[in-house]
Design a protein around this ligand. Structure first.
Ligand code: PMV
Length: 346
């Protein structure tokens, strides 16, 4: 390598996020534009760490390793994404990239890693651009926009604590092309909110997000759903400010149930919950009734259950999880996660 050759390395970690109001359905014919706004908490522990070594070369080159091993599936996905953005990042045309990535959560936990992995990759890419161009800071709006194009929900992972993606009259700067931070409007109770992820199945997703979004195009309840999500977003934005935990729980659980109901009445239809998903939900209802603790659940597009609760009740809820719910998890596995601070260099 000559001394004048442009080269270096960047390393970022970026978290996964859990949607409280779900993104489920894209606008047809548009590039990853959601049918409705969505709101999420940024997680703390479930993260991807990505290191990129770059070096000036005759042409674009990519070598991708996941957990130290080559991974042709991810390599193809990343190569496609980077090639489709050569016009935005012309320096990539003459760059050889070595990418090493790892997740902090177990690969077989059934947790989708596209939000964390794609946002981590985008932060690395923009950091390289910053170095090449000599800019000072990374523009998070641009990072979110780019992450959206890689994987819709990834655009929300770029911000600390909580984010809103999609246009809504209830929030001034909201946009369909990128997410915006809700950190400054957040009631303190949500800044340390817990998300304990109960691993009911460690199998790969039965329906990919891409296929799931596409099924919404023919779902007979689609328009009612989009309207509900808009209303839930408007109410949730108020709740996130005023700390009304009862309404928070009602929205979170209604959103989880709707997401799964939509899949049950899609054509073809899918049941993504497992018997243990329902056992956990029913046991949680009983615990809430008995204790009056404002604990609620949400679900992603799979059988795992996310138990959401304020920090103030963490000890009791975690004892309850260990005593009553752990038995429904694969090998007793659950991840004690909490709202986190978003991407950072590592
Ligand atoms: O970002 P995608 O295309 O993987 O879709 C995410 C869909 C859900 O996880 C079910 C909901 C959401 O808003 O994160």
């Amino acid at each position: 390598m000559s001394e004048n050759t442009l080269h270096g390395s960047v390393k970022w970690q970026s978290p996964s996020n859990i949607a409280i109001v779900k993104y489920w359905g894209k606008r047809p014919g548009m590039k990853q534009i959601p049918q409705n706004p969505s709101v999420s908490f940024t997680l703390g522990k479930c993260r991807t760490e990505t290191a990129v070594f770059y070096e000036e070369a005759d042409r674009f080159g990519l070598h991708f390793r996941f957990n130290g091993k080559e991974n042709p599936e991810f390599q193809t996905k990343i190569a496609e994404f980077l090639k489709s953005h050569m016009a935005d990042f012309p320096f990539l045309n003459e760059m050889d990239l070595q990418i090493n990535s790892r997740n902090t959560f177990p690969h077989s936990s059934g947790i989708a890693s596209s939000a964390s992995s794609m946002s981590a990759l985008v932060m690395c890419l923009l950091d390289i651009e910053r170095e090449v161009k000599g800019n000072k800071e990374i523009d998070l709006k641009k990072a979110s926009d780019l992450a959206r194009l890689a994987s819709g929900s990834a655009c929300r992972s770029v911000f600390p604590k909580a984010a809103l993606w999609g246009t809504t009259a209830a929030f001034d700067d909201s946009a369909d092309e990128y997410a915006v931070s809700l950190e400054d409007t957040l009631h303190p109770v949500f800044k340390t909110y817990h998300d304990s992820i109960l691993i009911v199945s460690d199998a790969k997703k039965a329906v990919s997000s891409r296929a799931g979004h596409a099924l919404m195009e023919t779902n007979p309840y689609a328009n009612v759903r989009y309207e509900q999500a808009r209303q839930h977003t408007a109410t949730l934005l108020k709740v996130l400010k005023n700390g009304d935990l009862e309404t928070f729980g009602r929205i979170a659980e209604a959103e989880a149930m709707q997401l799964h109901a939509l899949m049950m009445c899609s054509d073809p239809s899918f049941i993504l919950m497992k018997p243990n998903t329902l056992r956990i939900i029913n046991t949680l209802y009983e615990f809430r009734q008995e204790t009056d603790i404002p604990v609620c659940f949400t679900l992603d597009a799979g059988p795992n259950v996310h138990i959401l609760y304020p920090d103030q009740h963490a000890e009791l809820v975690e004892r309850f999880i260990m005593d009553e719910l752990e038995r429904y998890c694969v090998d007793g596995n659950w991840i004690a996660d909490q709202v986190g601070d978003g991407p950072s260099r590592c």
